[in-house]
Design a protein. Structure first.
Lengths: 799, 224
């Protein structure tokens, strides 16, 4: 019986090549998107589950509370793991990771000139006990327990020494100091939140000799004993805080607490806590999941629509089979087997396509697709489930309709599938609702991206390059600067602690002097050249100068000039004129004199509002040179800057970054979301239009005679298009109304994450809906043109 | 074998009932070869559909053997339909996507006949109707007469006791028509009950009983 079903289904599918093609293509595209998204989501979910007993490993984060304001940081002090190991019976093990790359890069020299490296961390001797990565070379016992020892990852070892085994026992210079390679470990897997190339022994660092409760610069992890209650562990840590820090905290009016975070929650958890590798916002995981299901739904709907439209063509066959004794269930089986064959074909085809797109996807999304997973037991189970689900969902409704026809009516060709039309129309509305909704979302994301690119940031980011420098180069900087200015390639050069688009240092204004308010403020440590270099606007007063006192070297509560931004003086309740000459307490001195007021500029992501800022003279804190290039060819200017750099600080990497590009990279994840939305909406529109093409083909076929008569009576092609497209455009109109609703909801909730956002116009809506409408009309137009070209004499004769 | 008592079929239109069949009383015995004649619209096809259990919307009583059709469950009716009836149409109604062989095989599949048995049944039929050479052709490659032969082979493949034929020769020229009727006669001789509807008086001569119908009623009923 089944053999017979399959044979007939095959023949049916082959006979209707156009519809089989549309369905197969639509389903394949939908399945590829679905499987790729599923693999991606699986990758993101699988983070940090490869360690033994991962469910007992926790990261310790810290909370600071002052004046009721709470701040969470993803790091904690160096004394914490030591104390936990010694005093807490429930702690099985604890380890510390000091990620140096957040401060600066390191220079590695294996005897062939130094190279700049950015993924360098120091870990204590318990690291490999908590995270049981495999060593390819070297012994785990006692590894990294002595100063100046180094473990390389396999690919790093290959890079420097050709192979993992060659590396062991060799020595490397790290920032000029000799380190011995005592082990080579496997590369960190892509789904670990740890991602380094070098692990040095923490014992090499001076802080390891005297661990402290401050600063909180370390990533600390514990492995708790089985059956430990996490809540009671946290309350034990609270007692520990009271015991060691109680007196100090009371003095400064701070509170602090340590809290645990399961290691598996780091990647998808609070982004401010994932310090080592940027995490993924779980919101996007959900959005992508929903989009994947919507795309599959659109593909399935194509099949349902085409198959029910086709029912009118197949009623004779159904009637005959019933007369010959077919039960409803037997007919149902036959029609479902058609959708099953198609579903199987689409699955096989999509696996093929996924193999082709895996590499481009990895380059684009930065996430490797684990294709082996497809053929693991789970993958095969999932694919089989997908095959059955798609086949049944697509086949169920059409089979129900087809098998339920009454035989004599079906044979008499009197049948019209009335109920089917209603369902079909709703499904078309749904398809185009999804397509338009996704396209509107794409345009909303795009308009916000454009806004962020074009918004007036309050400073010039064009023709400004940033050069990071190492603290060991500090003495050479003044000469370097003078030489660069003299060369004519640079107009102005400032030393700064941060890039202007991403100033991080948090300070606090205390009541004192002329100010009575207390609030958090961002501090920007720069030399006086900054104002001119990035063209900040001074609203009142004047800039401080080279001869003014600098923060480092200031005697206790010495007098020091500062600049405030508009938001800061607004917080203090002053106008810019009033503020000049006022005395305030900025924490490091209570004798700061307001010398000038700068117009607010965006010093962090547009997700946040511009907050209060203090700008003060502290070149010692600086580690970046901001250079305004002279007018003219930037490449030539950079070349002459490089030659000066090479001459004065040989061995240090010359790595200029354009400020505007760095600024754009702040919004990388948004840009990616925009691209992905664009891609998905393109796919959705493509599948939906193919389905529409198929449907219109049926309608055109059924109405060929009518169209021929109209043509004989003098209808133009436009008239025919109108006749054919009117019904569909009505449906698209309904989709548009629904999509507008969805778009408003989406833009409200997505843009809510931006404190500074584009004004929502009607354009994203108009353009998206028009684009889909035009594509749909073209689809219908192509079909109607083909019908119109038919010779009416012939079509009418055959009736 | 078949007994109809006071059978009515009508369509309710807005103002009145339009009767398609009215007051049909009819007994058909096993082994009869019965011809229904009458002008278009007389109700011949409708009566065939009722007899063949394809139309359940009627009033009155229909017994097959000693059981009333109306008292049967859906499943029993469907089983009866499968085992006892074969159909032949004026327009042949072969399934275009299936070969000659597969068309004949289809009713057997729905009766869950085993594969080897199917093969032998079909081989016998092909032999009998001289179609062995055409077994892999599709309906569109056959002449009308040949298609109707396939139709008959398909109808008798399940060994029904009753063969229902609605204008079986309506689309054929007289030579082919005669051939078809001779086959009917032969089937009848072997014991099959045949009920045919036709316009052509000469076809009735092959049968044993002639019923004339007009406006949904039986006008005359005579043995031949």
């Amino acid at each position: 019986m089944w053999k017979n079903y399959l044979k007939i289904s095959f023949r049916n599918l082959r006979k209707r090549k156009l519809y089989t093609g549309i369905n197969l293509l639509g389903l394949t595209v939908a399945l590829v998107s679905f499987i790729v998204i599923a693999l991606y989501i699986n990758h993101e979910w699988s983070y940090d589950r490869m360690y033994a007993d991962y469910d007992r490993i926790y990261k310790i984060n810290q909370e600071f509370i002052s004046n009721g304001e709470s701040q969470l940081v993803g790091s904690s002090p160096s004394l914490l793991p030591v104390t936990l190991l010694e005093e807490f019976p429930e702690v099985e093990n604890a380890t510390l990771i000091f990620d140096l790359s957040i401060f600066s890069s390191v220079m590695i020299d294996a005897g062939e000139g130094s190279q700049e490296e950015n993924h360098y961390a120091m870990v204590d001797e318990h690291f490999f006990e908590v995270f049981d990565f495999n060593l390819i070379a070297g012994q785990k016992t006692g590894i990294l327990s002595e100063p100046n020892q180094l473990v390389l990852t396999e690919s790093t070892a290959k890079r420097y020494f050709g192979s993992a085994f060659n590396a062991e026992g060799k020595s490397l210079k790290v920032d000029g100091k000799d380190f011995l390679v005592t082990g080579v470990m496997e590369d960190f897997p892509s789904n670990s939140h740890l991602a380094f190339d070098f692990l040095a022994s923490f014992k090499s660092h001076r802080h390891s000799r005297e661990p402290e409760w401050s600063p909180s610069n370390y990533n600390n992890y514990v492995k708790l004993k089985p059956g430990t209650d996490v809540a009671s562990f946290e309350s034990n840590m609270a007692e520990m805080v009271e015991k060691y820090l109680g007196a100090d905290l009371a003095e400064y009016g701070y509170e602090t607490a340590f809290f645990t975070q399961p290691v598996t929650n780091i990647h998808l958890g609070d982004p401010t806590l994932s310090t080592i590798k940027p995490g993924t916002d779980i919101k996007y995981i959900y959005i992508f999941g929903v989009v994947a299901i919507l795309l599959i739904a659109i593909g399935i709907i194509n099949y349902v629509n085409l198959a029910t439209a086709e029912a009118t063509e197949r009623n004779k066959e159904v009637g005959l089979r019933k007369v010959m004794g077919a039960d409803r269930s037997q007919l149902f089986g036959q029609f479902v087997s058609e959708s099953m064959i198609l579903s199987l074909g689409a699955i096989l085809l999509s696996i093929l396509v996924i193999y082709l797109v895996a590499i481009p996807f990895e380059n684009f999304g930065g996430v490797p697709l684990d294709l082996n997973l497809l053929f693991s037991p789970i993958g095969i189970f999932g694919l089989t489930g997908l095959f059955l689900m798609v086949g049944l969902l697509a086949g169920f409704y059409p089979s129900l309709i087809l098998s339920g026809m009454e035989p004599m009516k079906a044979l008499g060709n009197k049948l019209k599938i009335g109920g089917g039309a209603w369902v079909r129309k709703s499904l078309v509305v749904f398809q185009f609702f999804v397509s338009m909704g996704l396209l509107i979302s794409t345009f909303v994301v795009k308009s916000q991206l454009d806004f962020m690119r074009e918004v007036n940031l309050g400073y010039d980011k064009e023709q400004v390059v940033a050069l990071n420098y190492h603290y060991t180069m500090r003495e050479s900087i003044p000469t370097l600067r003078d030489e660069m200015i003299r060369s004519g390639a640079a107009v102005s050069i400032a030393r700064a602690a941060d890039m202007p688009h991403d100033v991080k240092a948090g300070y606090k204004i205390f009541p004192g002097g002329d100010n009575s308010r207390e609030f958090m403020i961002t501090g920007y440590a720069v030399d006086p050249e900054l104002i001119g270099t990035i063209n900040l606007e001074l609203l009142a007063g004047e800039n401080y100068t080279q001869s003014d006192p600098v923060r480092r070297g200031l005697e206790e509560n010495g007098e020091m000039p500062i600049l405030l931004n508009e938001s800061a003086i607004a917080e203090m309740g002053w106008t810019s004129q009033e503020a000049i000459g006022k005395k305030v307490n900025v924490g490091f001195t209570n004798n700061a004199i307001v010398k000038g007021i700068v117009k607010d500029f965006y010093f962090s992501s547009l997700h946040q509002k511009v907050g209060p800022m203090v700008i003060f003279n502290d070149p010692e804190e600086a580690n970046v040179l901001l250079i305004k290039l002279a007018a003219g060819n930037p490449t030539a200017n950079l070349a002459s800057l490089e030659s000066i750099w090479k001459k004065l600080v040989p061995g240090r990497p010359f790595n200029p970054k354009f400020l505007d590009q760095e600024y754009a990279s702040l919004y990388q994840s948004e840009q990616k979301v925009g691209l992905i939305f664009g891609l998905f909406s393109g796919i959705a529109i493509f599948i939906a239009c193919m389905g529409l093409f198929g449907l219109v083909s049926y309608v055109a076929l059924r109405r060929t005679r009518e169209i021929s008569i109209r043509k004989v009576l003098g209808a133009t092609q436009g008239d025919v298009l109108k006749v054919l497209s009117f019904d569909f455009l009505k449906l698209l109109g309904i989709s548009a109304v629904l999509a507008i609703g969805f778009g408003m909801w989406f833009s409200d909730s997505w843009l809510a994450a931006f404190a500074n956002r584009t004004a929502l116009t009607i354009w994203p809506f108009v353009i998206a809906i028009l684009a889909v409408m035009i594509l749909a009309t073209l689809t219908i137009g192509y079909r109607s043109w083909k019908v119109f070209r038919l010779n009416p004499a012939r079509t009418l004769k055959s009736e | 074998m078949i007994q109809l008592k006071n059978l009515d079929k009508f369509i309710e239109s807005r103002f009145q009932r339009v009767f398609i069949l009215k007051g049909i009383d009819l007994t058909i015995n096993e082994g009869e070869f019965l011809t229904l004649m009458g002008p278009s619209g007389a109700g011949k096809s409708t009566l065939l559909n009722v007899l063949g259990l394809l139309d359940e919307y009627y009033e009155g009583d229909y017994s097959f053997g000693d059981r009333s059709i109306k008292s049967m469950k859906e499943r029993e009716r469907s089983a009866l339909h499968k085992s006892e009836f074969g159909y032949i149409f004026q327009a042949y109604h072969l399934i275009d996507e299936l070969t000659v062989y597969e068309n004949i095989e289809t009713p057997l599949l729905y009766r869950n006949v085993s594969s080897s048995e199917r093969k032998s049944i079909i081989a016998n039929l092909m032999d009998r109707f001289n179609m062995v050479a055409k077994k892999d052709l599709f309906p569109a490659q056959l002449s009308g007469g040949q298609q109707q032969l396939v139709g008959i082979a398909r109808a008798v493949a399940g060994r029904p006791r009753v063969l229902l034929a609605d204008e079986p020769t309506g689309n054929l020229h007289s030579g082919q028509a005669k051939e078809i009727m001779e086959i009917f006669q032969e089937l009848h001789r072997e014991g099959t009950t045949i009920i045919q509807a036709t316009h052509a008086r000469e076809n009735a001569d092959f049968g044993t009983r002639l019923i004339n119908m007009l406006d949904g009623k039986i006008e005359s009923d005579e043995a031949i």
